[in-house]
Structure formats: structure tokens, C-alpha cells
Design a protein around this ligand. Structure first.
Ligand code: PMP
Length: 365
């Protein structure tokens, strides 16, 4: 160890790098489309832009408690405002939870956090940074969580489990019955976090509703975001919903002022225009249906797609497919050796994606 140089914590060497989606390199004569970050391709609704404009001159610190937004969410979701904690995106809200419940204890023993893998690529980073040990349970062949194996992975060191529904990047939802069975199987001192970043895109009646689980069980927390359905990814606003005994702890470690006034006001305006947002979400769901049907027509088998993305299990061809898509000014997210996640974008982007698939020699397994 060099005594004369600053040293990062050793855990940093072991953390995977977050490979944020990039726009494609421009190609003469072709419109570029970014389908690599599960963003909403539609511009913000006018009321949201008006709210941002109205507050753009605000240079004081924001309300650290996001009181106005929590009030609006409380009414919208019929949940006490006390049970809601906002953060810089739902990733900020998840980080609060992990920093509160999962770390390295004074005796050196690490708490364990169980989640499915592959799932959202930030999970290992935020779990590792908190100081806890990540326990990754492989998803089933069809991209669903293996909840039995996840329950079996819970032990006396486990403090948090993260369930992701729909699962990013594989696509399927978790069903109510299986989640209830899972919650019954894990001890009540384990916090079950249900990450519902894509919940507005779900059209499966059997899908679990995290808020119902939170109402029923004291050890459930739900994560939701304005980044996806509401299209406010750049403004960084998300939240958790859980019991007040828990939110009291979360507020202690929450980064102060993480949600700006602009983000808060935009989120409120979006909630106030829920019908317009729902209409846009429905148009994306219709596009998802068209993409899924188009892939099926080509004989491409994919897992159930319930988010605003599809998962192509291309295995060793994953990186090559992404490179091929880039030659058509389309960026997608490849997980080398595993698969490719492609967001549902503008209709023209989705059509180009289908055309690329039609011309690609390898099919997903
Ligand atoms: N959870 C899941 C499953 C996600 O896919 C994402 C974004 N890719 C997030 C959380 C975080 O989104 P945000 O912080 O923008 O709310």
C-alpha cells in the first residue's frame, strides 16, 4: 500500500462498471435512434415544460423533504405522505435503502443482499458501495426470477432482497401469488424491495402490484420512478414507499436536496396530467406489441416483454448484433455473451429495429 497516495476502498476494484447507454454514431442520410437506455422517446407533455419554465428562476435550495410532491403522490396513490421518500431517481431511493439496511458490520461481517441476475446493472454497484455482499441468483431460462432459489439464498446475514418487476433487462413480471409465497418464506426482518420502475407498461393481470404488497406486509418497500413512463429521466426523481418506521431511517441518510425544485414541480405536473401520460404509455405499449409480434413473425423467441424494452437472448452474438445495429444508426444495449436489450422507441426506430432483425443471421435462443 502506498502511504503517500490516496487509496480507494478495495471494494472498488471488484465493482462492475456501469455502461450507460450511448446514442449511436451518426450516419449520413439516416436518423439516429437511441434504444439503449429504456428512455421514453416522447417529449415531455406541455404542462410539464410549463412547470419547469415557471420555476427555472429558483436558485435557492429545494425543499429537502419534497413535501409538495409527496403530497401529490399521497393523493394519487392513496398512500400516507409519511410513507414516501423521494430521491435522485429510484436508484437514489434504492441507495438510501441499502445504505440504511445493508453494509459491513462493526465485527467485519457483511450483510447480504439477494437479487436476481441478470437484472438492473446498477444493483451490484450500489450493494457493493454500501459495503454489503451481493448474492446473485440466476434468472430462469425464460428470464423470470427463480423465486424458490432466491428464498433458499436468504440466510441469517440477509437484510435486503430486491425483486425487479418487470425485470430489466429480461422483461417478465412477477405474479402476485408467487411474490406472496416468497414473502411468506423469508423472515420478517428481511426487507423485500420491489423495484417497479416499469410498472406503468405492464398489461398482465397476474402481475404483482407492489403497493398492495406494501399495504399487506410490514417488510416490503416499493420503488417507483418518473424516469420511464413519465419521461423525466434527466430530472432525476423517484421514490420509495414503505412503512413510516422505515422511512424515518431512510430520511436520516438521504442525501439532502437530491430532488431539485424543477424535478419536483415537473413530477407534480406530470401526476396532474395522468391521462395524457397514460395515453403516451398506451402508445408505447402498442408499439411494444407490434415489435413483439414482428419478432414472432421472424421466428425470434423472446421472454415475456412487459416493460418498454425487449430482450434478445443472442448469447455469443450479442455484441455483434449491437455492432450491426450501429451500422444502421441504432444503439441498443448488449450484455456480451448474454443478450441484447432494445428499448421501445419511436415507431420509425422500432420498424428499423425489426428490419435489422430480419436481416440478421442469428436468432435468439
Ligand atoms: N430500476 C430499474 C429496474 C431500472 O431499469 C432503472 C433505470 N434503468 C432504475 C431502477 C433507475 O431509474 P431511475 O434512477 O432513473 O429512476
Amino acid at each position: 500500500l502506498q502511504a503517500n497516495a490516496v487509496q480507494p476502498r478495495p471494494v472498488l476494484d471488484r465493482l462492475p462498471k456501469y455502461a450507460a447507454g450511448k446514442p449511436p454514431a451518426p450516419i449520413e442520410g439516416l436518423t439516429s435512434y437511441k434504444l439503449s437506455s429504456n428512455e421514453n422517446p416522447l417529449p415531455p407533455i406541455p404542462a410539464v415544460l410549463d412547470a419547469i419554465r415557471e420555476h427555472v428562476g429558483t436558485f435557492r435550495y429545494p425543499d429537502p423533504l419534497s413535501t409538495a410532491l409527496r403530497g401529490a403522490l399521497s393523493e394519487y396513490l392513496d398512500v400516507p405522505a409519511e410513507d414516501i421518500v423521494t430521491g435522485a431517481g429510484s436508484l437514489g431511493a434504492l441507495t438510501q435503502i441499502l445504505n440504511t439496511f445493508a453494509g459491513q458490520n462493526e465485527d467485519g461481517v457483511q450483510d447480504e443482499v439477494v437479487y436476481a441476475w441478470r437484472s438492473f446493472e446498477a444493483y451490484p454497484i450500489v450493494v457493493g458501495t454500501a459495503g454489503a455482499r451481493a448474492v446473485e441468483v440466476p434468472v430462469l431460462d425464460d428470464g423470470r426470477h427463480d423465486l424458490e432459489a432466491m428464498a433458499a439464498a436468504v440466510n441469517e446475514r440477509t437484510t435486503v432482497v430486491v425483486l425487479c418487476t418487470p425485470n430489466n433487462p429480461t422483461g417478465p413480471i412477477l405474479r402476485t401469488d408467487e411474490v406472496e409465497r416468497f414473502i411468506a418464506a423469508v423472515p420478517r426482518n428481511v426487507l423485500v424491495v420491489i423495484d417497479e420502475a416499469y410498472t406503468e407498461f405492464v398489461r398482465d393481470d397476474d402481475a404483482v402490484n407492489g403497493i398492495e404488497m406494501y399495504r399487506k406486509y410490514p417488510n416490503v418497500a416499493v420503488l417507483r420512478t418518473f424516469s420511464k413512463a413519465h419521461g423525466l429521466a434527466n430530472l432525476r426523481v423517484g421514490y420509495s414507499i414503505t412503512r413510516p418506521e422505515i422511512t424515518a431511517h431512510l430520511r436520516v441518510i438521504a442525501t439532502p436536496f437530491a430532488v431539485s425544485t424543477l424535478a419536483e414541480r415537473a413530477a407534480i405536473a406530470s401526476l396532474e396530467n395522468a391521462d395524457a401520460v397514460a395515453e403516451r404509455v398506451e402508445s408505447l405499449v402498442q408499439e411494444r406489441r407490434r415489435v413483439v409480434a414482428g419478432l414472432a413473425e421472424l421466428g425470434w423467441e423472446i421472454p415475456e416483454a412487459q416493460g418498454n424494452f425487449v430482450w434478445l437472448k443472442l448469447g455469443e452474438a450479442a455484441a455483434d448484433f449491437a455492432a450491426y445495429a450501429a451500422t444502421h444508426a441504432l444503439s441498443v444495449r448488449a450484455f456480451a455473451g448474454e443478450g441484447v436489450r432494445v428499448s421501445i422507441g419511436e415507431p420509425e426506430a422500432n420498424s428499423r429495429f425489426l428490419e435489422i432483425c430480419r436481416n440478421y443471421p442469428t436468432k435468439p435462443r
